[in-house]
Ligand binder design. Structure first.
Ligand code: NAD
Length: 255
């Protein structure tokens, strides 16, 4: 499904990462991949994972908090691959102290960090990558969560960041649509990952979802990877600006 496409994937930290499940799905579908790591510490866990893929990906650093690193990443992709057919933004960050307790206690520093890393980085990446997407009918995909639209205990400032992210998906879709590019989000159900463990009380969220979701279970990262293939491939060529729930149906429940 992705044969002949060059994909840039940000957000792999370890084997539990949703970005890793997407990377494996894209690799199986035949894509030529560029995978990034946030810093040298994470490079040590991402490098051995990449050795498991059928085609060795290009591995590059990128901390999205640093505009110069985003520019350097895109330049390196241009030099090695010449184009981008799809971009996966699968990353988020908020300070641990802002993911528990009273939301009104969130200081500007924590609010700004969450928005910059978790939402604005999508806009910055789309802008930087657009020249490499020219004429490619490219697809941009990001990862969101129900906390963007409903209150989830302790999700706090990350819920606000995800709301900004989902609005950015719509504005980017309108902005890039005339160039032929699409921008969508997958809103995944809760999955035990490094980022999720930073949210206080996360395991009780898993229990609630498993007991109330129509499918009576939690989603697996591999299932998010499979759903991502729809957006990264031409199967979704007429779909843009959307948020698709991959959550065993939990989002439809009112009670
Ligand atoms: P994860 O910890 O495996 O991945 C988070 C990634 O964000 C890491 O690779 C980390 O290096 C990266 N990151 C953080 N700050 C960064 C920065 N400044 N520059 C570059 N990269 C940075 O956790 P995950 O759960 O796989 O998270 C991936 C995405 O999925 C996030 O957007 C998250 O909000 C979203 N999501 C997760 C769940 C869940 O329950 N796990 C549910 C819905 C959506």
């Amino acid at each position: 499904m992705l044969q002949g496409k060059v994909g840039l994937i940000l957000g792999v930290a370890n084997k539990r990462s949703i970005a890793w499940a997407i990377t494996r799905a894209a690799d199986r579908a035949g894509a030529e991949l560029v995978v990034t790591y946030q810093n040298e510490r994470l490079q040590r866990s991402v490098q051995p994972l990449c050795d498991e893929l059928s085609k060795p990906p290009t591995l590059l650093p990128c901390d999205v908090g640093d505009p110069a690193q985003i520019e350097a990443l895109v330049e390196a992709v241009r030099a090695r691959h010449g184009r981008i057919d799809f971009l996966v933004h699968c990353l988020a960050f908020a300070r641990r102290e802002d993911l528990e307790g009273s939301f009104r206690a969130t200081p500007w520093a924590g609010f700004e960090t969450a928005i910059q890393i978790s939402a604005y980085s999508l806009v910055a990446l789309a802008r930087a990558a657009a020249p490499l997407m020219e004429g490619r009918s490219a697809s941009i995909l990001t990862l969101s969560y129900l906390g963007a639209e409903k209150v989830i205990p302790n999700y706090n400032v990350m819920g606000v960041a995800k709301a900004a992210l989902e609005a950015s998906v719509r504005y980017l879709a309108a902005d890039l649509g005339p160039l032929g590019h699409r921008v969508n989000a997958v809103s995944a159900g809760p999955i035990k990952t490094l980022a999720a463990s930073g949210v206080s009380g996360f395991s009780s969220v898993l229990d609630v979802v498993a007991s109330r979701a129509p499918l009576r279970r939690n989603v697996e990262a591999e299932e998010v990877g499979d759903a991502a293939l729809f957006f990264l491939s031409d199967l979704s060529r007429a779909v843009t600006g959307q948020v698709l729930y991959v959550d065993c149906g939990y989002q439809i429940m009112g009670f």
